[in-house]
Design a protein around this ligand. Sequence first.
Ligand code: ISE
Length: 334
Amino acid sequence: MTNRIGIIGAGGIGQAHIKRLSGAVAGAQVVAVNDIDQARAATVAAGIGATVYATDKELIASPEVDSVLVASFGPAHEASVVAAIEAGKPVLCEKPLSPQADGCLRIMAAEQRAGRRLVTVGFMRRFDPAYGEIKAVIESGDLGLPLIVHNRHRNPTVPQSYTADMAINDSAIHEIDTMRWLLGEEIVSARVDRPRPTSNRFEHLQDPLVLVLTTTSGAIAYDEVFVNIGYGYDIRCEVVLETGTVALTAQAGTERRDAAGARHRIASDHNDRFRLAFLAELQQWSDAVSRGQHAGSTSWDGYAAAAVCDAGVRASGTSETVPVAMIEKPAFYA
Ligand code: ISE
């Protein structure tokens, strides 16, 4: 059975997903598009022969739509995700599930009322083969316990609309989820260190910043978030364990060597760097929808990440270590 998908949000990430779903994901078809910008929705829909819907609610209610992919602006996610849950339709929501933990709690409440897991959160790094190898090394126990993680999250640039909080709840949220997933434990506190900012930034941004996370067991994860580094999209992660380390290597498959030296290509953006991860994520989600099952990260994962973001945002601009406030994990998400 083909999984007929409605896309809410036809901006950059929405269009990238449409491209992937239209060519490289088996058993999936984008049949409907909605965007706050009607003209953009019409152009994108015309390119793939999909129907345009004036509102997210109409798209969700349409009988031609089996499942929904939410790729709109973060603060708009909650309303669309809750509507999809209430319509009984599986939904893949881009991160953040909601920029604040409160919004995620309301999503979890709606899902529990519906009585089945319908929400998957777009934490695509969980599908990256190299991160998967790091997880396998940690879980093997061969190098002992993980003690410290050094992360680097570098973007070439961001638009002026990128707010200060987004360094945490739109960018660092990837490392926050990755740390929970790799280490298999929750994050209990957050602090934000503020080095001298680059002059190549918008005045309203602290760029770079270093988010310092502590886990239940006392492991510490550092996350350098530098969203205007200029040279490319550079994601790094090194885990320090008791008797060794394991890290992502340079992502390019080849290295060029010539009279000018040795060098390799650096990814341009997240679609480039996480190409395989995005494809694997979409394929797993679509296959699960077709089988009437849930797969991948849950609303709980979206909530736990948002709770850490809340602490990180509160810690920004202070030198405080802010505890992460979380509810007990409901049995529904066990
Ligand atoms: C963006 O929304 C993403 O999800 C990218 O993966 C991330 O690197 C970037 O910082 C975010 O703004």
